[in-house]
Write a protein that binds this ligand. Structure first.
Ligand SMILES: [Zn+2]
Length: 325
């Protein structure tokens, strides 16, 4: 069965909550793919064998990740293109010009669609400007973040996703800096002609990585109200601490009660930035069941997991979404 347009689904079925997949990048890593490189989780697609050999390890692993998230109940899944901006790809892989880049993205989208079928939704994943310079968790965009040409950076990836009918929603993920949020919200329907969301990268304390409060983010949106791009469908948080994620979402919901929200936190493990490993946290305070209940009470319409969440996590999310929506 074909899917109805996402905009209609969110508008007409106010109770429906979609289940997003989990952390694709870290799941590929769990299954033996070395993602430690400048294009991160997109690396399997850069390898020629992915496209030439249907039984290549890379290809089968990506297929299995999709299969397992779907078996867990995910009905909205992402292209694995978080760190696949034109700049990251052209500076770090053999793909150098725009036409090769467009072919790459088009092939990735086509492949992802073939993995998820026509009835599920596909998000075109776009990481923040900071992902290119590895500062999506500090939000430190230098002395003049207001002068960065965000559009220039995003344009090739955006243009490609805008044009591709297989992409249902564009996801700006893990956005850590308020100037970047402001830039994205300033783009009209010509620049962003497809439904999109913004996932904020937020500290445990509930402020954006650059220190901006959720009230200030909400004020920015309220100030722009009449000028907002009608394709701006959801606001949310991702790659944030599991334990605090419901509190942060509640904050956003309080400030923007009519805004559809999305939330996909990390697994509850903690990343040790010095040792570069994930550590099991002894104090995972809540279950997915209790978190999902709170997410839905606070306006969440898309719920899933980010880094280190596995198909097992998504199965728990999915059961809870059925129970509370
Ligand atoms: Zn993440």
């Amino acid at each position: 069965m074909e899917r109805p347009p996402l905009k209609e689904l969110l508008r007409d079925n106010s109770k429906q909550v979609l289940v997003l997949d989990g952390g694709q990048g870290t799941e590929l890593e769990n299954r033996g793919i070395n993602v430690a490189n400048p294009v991160w989780s997109t690396i399997p697609f850069i390898n020629e064998s992915f496209w030439l050999d249907k039984s290549s390890f890379y290809r089968n692993t990506v297929e299995d990740v999709f299969k397992d998230f779907i078996a867990s109940g995910a009905n909205i899944l992402m292209t694995i293109t978080y760190q696949a901006s034109f700049k990251s790809v052209s500076e770090n892989t053999p793909i150098k010009d725009l036409s090769q880049y467009n072919d790459l993205l088009t092939n990735i989208v086509k492949f992802c669609r073939s993995c998820i079928g026509p009835e599920r939704y596909l998000i075109g994943s776009i990481g923040p400007w900071g992902a290119h310079v590895c500062c999506e968790f500090t939000g430190d965009y230098g002395q003049h973040p207001e002068n960065i040409d965000y559009y220039q950076y995003f344009k090739p990836q955006l243009d490609n996703f805008n044009m591709n009918e297989e992409v249902d929603l564009i996801g700006f993920e893990t956005i850590p800096n308020i100037h970047e949020v402001e830039a994205i919200l300033s783009w009209d329907e010509k620049i962003l002609s497809k439904p999109f969301y913004i996932g904020l990268s937020v500290h445990k304390t509930g402020v954006l990585r650059d220190g901006t409060t959720m009230e200030e983010v909400a004020d920015l949106i309220k100030r722009r109200e009449d000028k907002l791009n009608p394709n701006f469908l959801l606001l949310g948080i991702n790659c944030v601490s599991f334990n605090e994620s419901a509190d942060i979402l509640q904050q956003l919901h309080k400030c923007l009660p009519n805004m559809p929200l999305l939330v996909y936190p990390n697994s509850g493990e903690i990343y040790d930035t010095e040792l570069k490993i994930w550590k099991q946290s002894a104090d995972k305070l809540h279950s997915w069941d209790s978190m999902v209940r709170r997410y839905i009470e606070n306006g969440a319409r898309i719920v899933g997991g980010c880094c280190r969440t596995s198909p097992k996590d998504i199965a728990e999310v999915s059961v809870a979404v059925d129970k509370y929506s």
